[in-house]
Design a protein around this ligand. Structure first.
Ligand SMILES: Nc1ncnc2c1ncn2[C@@H]1O[C@H](COP(=O)(O)OP(=O)(O)OP(=O)(O)O)[C@@H](O)[C@H]1O
Ligand SMILES: [Mg+2]
Length: 318
């Protein structure tokens, strides 16, 4: 079996709200999969179904071949998760949270103790180790949840906005740890609102809105869906005379000259942009050249209804 996760026509209704509305996707083993979408898109609901915390209204989902409804215990044995609403046992201490989780996954006592000490150090929880989780700040609670997932070697990991409230340094470390885990063959399914995070981590991305798929693919595929806007910044040894008139003949969306730097935005197929840039550079001394294509954020805004541009398009259509 090559897939860690298989989801088919999944539906979840809350009264009249279709939180998940006919989603189908599969996730390859050992990959980092990102589920993205605006608030209320159905990301957490999907993860709750996949982690057996919630029952689907329709369709099916399986983790490593085990149906989440028919074989919940088999699923739970193979996963570790960080879900938005804290599932940590609030009344237990940080250390006991880690140990209890390890026990559920049948780690030997000695191994569990050793790993717990390791995670307490890695997640800088030494001063909190003996405190009840309910007495900790949000950021520290999140650390405990994430630390738990690294206690065990379950083949699949679910993380719902793992970095919420985490300081930037720790977040960096966790991202490195996640990449390591994926290299070792663990499958990681995560949601995030921070698109640069997904851009850095995920090789496979599903964008949802109103419970439905709006786009699916790897980063480069998704970026192709975007408008094809390229930003170019060129610094010359001195600004070439007559450049303004030259620019007037180019399909620029925006052009700005500041000292010796020319900032341009083009909307054009990539090959064409390269031609334009080289024509501007020809017979001139360029000290610095920077080109940026669309970011995942551009794609996201364009495809989901959070985009002001999409709103405008809709109005225009009415
Ligand atoms: N227990 C519930 N009862 C009723 N409605 C719910 C429940 N859980 C979720 N919903 C609704 O389902 C929809 C999807 O919610 P969900 O939490 O899955 O979104 P999300 O993509 O995780 O959003 P966010 O980015 O804000 O975390 C929303 O309209 C939400 O109000
Ligand atoms: Mg959510």
């Amino acid at each position: 079996m090559t897939f860690a996760l298989e989801v088919q026509n999944l539906v979840k209704c809350f009264g009249r709200v279709r939180a998940v509305d006919d989603l189908s996707f599969s996730v390859a083993r050992g990959s980092i999969f990102g589920l993205l979408g605006p608030n209320g898109a159905g990301k957490s609901t999907t993860l709750k179904i996949l982690t057996t915390l919630s029952r689907p209204t329709g369709g099916s989902a399986s983790v490593l071949g085990f149906d989440v409804v028919k074989k919940p215990l088999e699923v739970r044995r193979r996963i570790a998760s960080v879900i938005q609403e804290t599932a940590v046992d609030l009344l237990l201490s940080v250390r006991d949270n880690l140990l209890t989780f390890a026990r559920f996954h049948q780690l030997e006592r000695a191994t569990a103790e050793r790993r717990a000490a390791e995670m307490i150090e890695r997640f800088r929880l030494a001063d909190e180790a003996g405190r009840k989780v309910q007495d900790l700040s949000g950021g520290f609670r999140r650390r405990v949840q994430v630390a738990k997932t690294f206690m065990v070697e379950t083949p699949v990991l679910f993380l719902d906005e793992f970095s919420t409230g985490m300081d930037p340094l720790l977040k960096r470390e966790v991202m490195t740890m996640l990449r390591e885990e994926a290299r070792r063959g663990r499958t990681i399914v995560l949601t995030t609102q921070i698109l640069s995070e997904a851009e850095e981590l995920c090789e496979d991305i599903l964008i949802v809105d109103h419970g439905r798929q709006v786009a699916r693919g790897d980063l480069s595929t998704l970026k192709l869906l975007s408008q094809g806007v390229y930003e170019v910044s060129m610094t010359f040894d001195s600004m070439p005379a007559g450049i303004e008139s030259e620019l007037q003949n180019l399909p620029t969306l925006r052009a700005r000259i500041e000292n010796n730097t020319l900032d341009l935005a083009f909307k054009s197929p990539e090959g064409h942009v390269l031609e334009l840039v080289s024509s501007l550079a020809r017979n001139r001394r360029v000290l610095r050249l920077e080109m940026n294509g669309a970011t995942l954020e551009d794609v996201f805004l364009e495809l989901t209804e959070t985009a002001p541009a999409a709103g405008r398009r809709k109005e225009a259509a009415e």
